[in-house]
Structures are given as structure tokens and as C-alpha cells.
Design a protein around this ligand. Sequence first.
Ligand code: XMP
Length: 511
Amino acid sequence: RVLILDFGSQVTQLIARRVRESGVYCEIHPFSMAPEKVREFDPKAIILSGSPAFISQENSPRPPQEVFEQKVPVLGICYGQHVMCAQLGGEVTGSEHREYGRAYVDVKEPCALFEGMWELGAREQVWMSHGDRVTRLPEGFRAVGQSDGAPFAVIADDDRHFYGVQFHPEVVHTPHGAQLLRNFTHHVAGCRGEWTMAAFREEEIARIRAKVGKGKVICGLSGGVDSSVAAVLLHEAIGDQLTCIFVDTGLMRSGEADQVVTLFRDHYNIPLIHRDASDLFLGKLAGVSDPERKRKIIGATFIDVFDEEAHKIGGAEFLAQGTLYPDVIESVSLSGGGMTIKSHHNVGGLPERMKLKLVEPLRELFKDEVRKLGRELGLPESFIGRHPFPGPGLAIRIPGDITPEKLAILRKADTIYLEEIRNAGLYDAIWQAFAVLLPVRTVGVMGDERTYDYACALRAVTSVDGMTADYYPFDHEFLGRVATRIINEVRGINRVTYDITSKPPGTIEWE
Ligand code: XMP
């Protein structure tokens, strides 16, 4: 396995994704990892990430010297290259000649990193983002590639298997970047690339069995991909020692609750408690308009109901959660703390309150790996390819107060919209699409009659991770068709708009 030391770059996770895509297991740890932890990890190779910091800054982040004494290959990326040079006796200086964005590297000398991709003498596109640069190499290194702004754009010490690149091979804007990382892990470090989802499934099942023994496990199902995959994997590992609890908040989309029950209880035969708590949730939400208060109420009520159901089962020792790797990585923040835009942690506090031990079978996986695992476990594609759906559900798609009437109207509009998206073959091209019921009434005319009904907004965005997003450029004919259908078929809506705000400055949801 490969150790990635994080110096706070925004794209460190992409390094891990690329390494794993080549079939090599890796983990991200903070640059300040204790030397004995590095030894314990026993990496086959180490990769040093980029960073927003500069070497010349006071207290610039440094890895333990141990990294260079493990006798394993090391690859430094951008800041990682600088820090490697600085710590091995080279020189790094702030440069007038900054490079941001697309740049070109001239391949000067042969190098193991270039195998099968870059020929001697070629000029290759890469993606750079740096101010500092290496100005003197440490002993043992040679420059094998150079760019206009960086004479030492790629450096190599073949004896010690230390390599450094000034550019970012992990981003898609470096066309051969994934191959370069693969050359490092496979050819230089000798990793075999045997980490697949099939292998993970077997290993994880063994780990779950060892951890749980004969204990009872409860698992909350939400209808989303993560909890579904976790539940099916657990069931495969421990059978009916697992009980799933599905709390129906009354805030899901049309037909969703039934789908969850049918799939898990009937298809997979997983013991499932279906608690319809819609009245309770809607009662507590009555008259509440503030988005954060909605979230808090929904989160707290969920915990109450879940806890109650769990007690009814009795004797549970473990709580299973679909925690993913990005939630587990200890983040390195060098640029100061952020502020809360929205509190997404729907059920924070659940494990503490329930005094249960945690089982988190997905905690080593990225989202796309969870999907692969889901396919491996035979979950239907319609479940795996689903758009994300927020924990507070339709409550945050009805700005203002929530009533059963508004929920019913929104469900109908949302169903028509998604149906049209599917029919047009656009579902998979879109990250998330949904309707929002606006708290305004507008005047319209249908037949000879005046109407005074709600307006609805349609939203569809493309995104990679939900952090940034752009609106989906539907053609007008498509939008017109959806609007006509909604206005004709949904009583209560007489106007439809399309939201063309990107994120930032907007957010994906309206609340
Ligand atoms: P925003 O609206 O913040 O959404 O741009 C980014 C992604 O997060 C989802 N989202 C939530 N998910 N609880 C959740 O589980 C929440 O409170 C919540 N708010 C937003 C949103 O659907 C999008 O995928």
C-alpha cells in the first residue's frame, strides 16, 4: 500500500483516487504523521502532495525525515517536490516566473516515470500551479524534464528511487498524469495493482465478521447509495444478525419509501423495520420556515425515532454507518477555518447517544468506489446511479413553511420533471435535478379562468463532487415540454421557471 502525505492541497484526494484506480490501495495522512506511524504503516511507496504553503514561509509544513529513510520510493508533487529538495539539501526559491494552469514540459532525459507515455525530446502538456521552484538539486538528483518556468520540472534520483514533479499529475488537465502515477506505483515501487472491489468485498466481509462476532448490528437505511451498499455488504457478512431501520420522514419523493422496503425486505430478505413517522416530522416542522431550524428539527427527530426503534429490537451492540473516506481523512487546513453555509450533518450525535460501537464498512472508500462495490454486490443500477438526495429531503425544497398540501404538489411536479429527464436520456449526464416549490403565488389564466397558484422552479446541475456546480444547459424545447406538463397535470402550480445559477455563488439546493 501507498502512503500519501497531505500538505493541504485542494487536490490531494485526486492523488488517492488515481492511485486506487490503478488497483493500488493507498491512504492519505497529514504531513505531520509521527515517524513511528510512518514505520508502522509500512508503505511500499510514499507520495508527497502539493500545498498552498511556500517553503520560504516561516513554519512551512515539513514531513518527518523518516520519509526519506524508509528506503522506499518517494514521489514529490509540486510543494512535495520542493519540500523533498529542501530536506535533502537542495535549494528552493520564490520565483518571479509563476506558472498557473496549462504548461508544457520538455522531456530531456529518459526516466522510469515516463515509460510508455513520453518520448525523449517530446513536449508534453501538464497542469501547473506554483510560485516557488527548485533552483538547486540535492546530491544524486538529475533533471529529466523542464518547463519554461521550472528548469527542474521533473527530477529523479534513480538510486534512491526519489522523484519529483513540479506539475500536478493527479488532475485531468495533465493528460498522461494517471499513467505517470501508475508508472511510479507499479514500475518504480513494484505494486501489483491487485486492489479491486472484488478483493475489497472479500476482505471487508472478513473484517466485519471478526469485529462483530455474534453481536447484533443495526443499520439506518435512507434510500441513498451509501447506506444501501453498507447494508447489503453487512448482510452478506453476518446475515440476520443485521436489522435495518428505515425511518420514513414523510419528506421523501414519490414512491421512494416503497422502493426501499421492496428492495431490502422482499428482494434481499434483510430484516427491516419500516417506521412511518411522517406525522411526527410534519407536526414538528409545522410553521417553521428557517432552513437551519428545519435541518436541526429533522436531525433531532430522526435520532429520537431511530433510538426508539433500536431499543425495541433490544440487545444491539453495533451501529452500522455508511461513512465514506472523505469524512474520515484528517484534513490539513493551512488557509484558516471556513464558516458554516449549511449544516449537512443530518444525524450527528447518533452514535454517542446510543452508546453503540460503530461498524463503518465503507470508511476506506470514495463515492465512486462505493458505486463499484454496489455493482459488485448486484444492487440494481437504478439504485447505484441515483442522484444524491439530501437527508432533510423535500423540506429544504419548499422555502417557507411545509404543509402536506405543498409536499403533495411538489412530489407531482418533481416526478414529472425526472420522468422527462429520464425519457430524454439525460439522467446520467446530470449530477442532481429536482423541483422546488416556491412560496409565492402568481396570477395565470387557464381556459377562461383566472388562476392564482404556486410557482415552481426547476433545478439541474452538473458537478463532480457537489462543491462547485453549473446549471445544466437544457434546450428550450425540453424545458417548455416539462413546464407544459407540470402546469397541465399538477393542480396548484401555474408557473414554472428554470434556475440558471451556478455554485458558487448559489448553492445547489435552495435552502
Ligand atoms: P448545496 O445546497 O450545499 O448542496 O450546494 C451540496 C450537496 O449537498 C446536498 N445537501 C445536503 N445533504 N443534508 C444532506 O445530507 C443536508 O442538509 C444537505 N443540504 C444540501 C445537496 O443535495 C447537494 O447534493
